[in-house]
Design a binder for this molecule. Structure first.
Ligand SMILES: Nc1nc2c(c(=O)[nH]1)N=C([C@H](O)[C@H](O)COP(=O)(O)OP(=O)(O)OP(=O)(O)O)CN2
Ligand SMILES: [Zn+2]
Length: 141
């Protein structure tokens, strides 16, 4: 059972899919203002991804749950987030991690004819800290 609190995202889509996953990754925020976080350390990230849509594919899926996990987990599990090219110019803060996950998922959804949308990404970095990323309407128009 993944420990998670689920913020609701308002929408009018007929279907809403949620995928939970967790992954282990290390990171550091290389700025003295980040205090202890400037040193490499690890987290078990708990992630929830919300996808909405009005139409399903031929299997009756908005998107296969397994594909969502593949996009995120395969890329980041047991890695150092700072080593990924998307964090070359920005630090892998929880906010940026949530944003990058949204970008990767929405890129995949945009290739599907029935056009589901990624409505929300929740990333919990510690038992007491998490971020919710939601696109602006124009990002999923
Ligand atoms: N806005 C952000 N603030 C901080 C981030 C972040 O990504 N966005 N990250 C960190 C550190 O990486 C740290 O791992 C997490 O910090 P924090 O939640 O403060 O960790 P604690 O377990 O010490 O929390 P307590 O509630 O005090 O036990 C820091 N800030
Ligand atoms: Zn951290």
């Amino acid at each position: 059972m993944i420990q998670q609190f689920y913020p609701q995202v308002p929408h009018n889509f007929r279907y809403e899919l949620n995928k939970d996953m967790h992954l282990a990754a290390a990171h550091f925020i290389p700025d003295s203002k980040a205090g202890q976080c400037q040193h490499m350390h690890g987290h078990t990230y708990f992630i929830n991804i919300t996808i909405g849509g009005d139409q399903l594919d031929e299997l009756g899926f908005l998107i296969n749950f397994k594909r969502i996990k593949e996009i995120v987990h395969k890329r980041y599990d047991h890695s150092v987030l700072n080593d990924h090219p998307e964090y070359k110019d920005v630090y892998p803060t929880t906010e940026r991690v949530a944003e990058q996950i949204w970008t990767a998922i929405q890129k995949e959804l945009s290739t599907l004819v029935h056009q589901p949308k990624c409505l929300q990404v929740v990333v919990r970095e510690t038992p007491t800290s998490y971020v919710v990323y939601r696109p602006k309407p124009e990002d999923i128009a």
